[in-house]
Design a protein around this ligand. Structure first.
Ligand SMILES: [Zn+2]
Length: 302
């Protein structure tokens, strides 16, 4: 599943190749691709046709195109759900159709914007812009108004976010993944940030110092910035950026997907355990489990 860096790579591609182009014709052939649109494929076609793409925006893992330069509350935008495997491709209009092609928009420069999605968890929805519920004043697609700021936004407040995380006092990884607390961090970068911070993901956030939580958020931003420099991470080979080039970065990861291999810091084998229906990867020595962390603190007190 794409995380913030992968979505940002797609956004930049759209900014370069699609922004400024008028949409001359639209075709939505996949019913599942339009399932979030009350009026189905026909409504998407009617609301996108003839519009000019004026911006490619992102918050966390949410991606949308603004239309006709109208960036006000209530204005239409195209919200793109990448789901597990969605791709936004820009091709020549004459390029042959490919498998899993569910929607396409012909642009006034002779190119075509295509939505290709093998597993069909993604889709397109034309929705109004609304003000973010977090009070930052940012305009978001209405269905994403509850999403919190991501660590790259100017309005992101690391200290306030760290305080929220400590106050919620539940497993710290669960809060890193909670898109209303901080957006954009998924399973991969959560594991990497926790490893860099030497914090076990199951530790209760109230037991982690404010300084350590702000450090953790800083590591999350840094690890995603590293991924962005490398073009994004992909693990199922389905994620492809806007030009069709794969964004691989997995060799630079320190713990994710490295179960049984040595921790880069201490050499102990990395462990994988189930967490929230996915896997958590961590070093059992650098990131002691909560019970062992308590025992270690007691030992220090004695
Ligand atoms: Zn280690």
């Amino acid at each position: 599943m794409p995380e913030l860096p992968e979505v940002e790579v797609v956004r930049r591609g759209l900014e370069t190749h699609v922004v400024g182009r008028r949409i001359d014709r639209v075709e939505v052939s996949g019913a599942r691709t339009a399932r979030r649109q009350p009026g189905g494929p026909a409504e998407i076609v009617a609301r996108l046709g003839g519009r000019t793409v004026s911006g490619a925006r992102r918050r966390g893992k949410y991606l949308w195109l603004t239309l006709d330069g109208d960036h006000t509350v209530g204005a239409d935008c195209l919200l793109v759900h990448l789901g597990m495997s969605g791709q936004m491709l820009v091709t020549d209009a004459g390029a042959p159709p490919v498998r899993h092609l569910h929607a396409r928009a012909g642009l006034d420069d002779g190119c075509e914007l295509r939505f290709v999605d093998q597993r069909t968890f993604g889709g397109w929805t034309v929705v109004p812009l609304a003000e973010a519920l977090d009070g930052t004043g940012v305009l978001l697609p209405a269905p994403a108004a509850h999403i919190g700021a991501d660590p790259f936004e100017p309005g992101f407040d690391p200290l306030a976010t760290a305080r929220t995380i400590r106050r919620r006092d539940t497993e710290v990884k669960r809060l890193l993944l909670d898109q209303t607390v901080v957006s954009g961090i998924g399973n991969i970068y959560a594991d990497e940030a926790l490893w860099r911070s030497a914090i076990h993901g199951r530790r209760r956030s109230g037991t982690v110092t404010l300084r350590a939580v702000t450090g953790l958020l800083d590591h999350a931003r840094a690890v995603m910035a590293d991924a962005l420099d490398a073009g994004g991470t992909s693990f199922d080979a389905l994620y492809v950026n806007v030009n069709g080039a794969s964004g691989y970065f997995d060799r630079s990861l320190d713990v994710y997907g490295r179960a049984g291999r040595p921790c880069a810091r201490c050499g102990s084998p990395v462990v994988r355990e189930d967490f929230m229906n996915r896997g958590s990867h961590f070093c059992p020595v650098c990131q002691p489990a909560p019970r062992r962390a308590r025992a270690a603190r007691r030992a220090v007190v004695r």
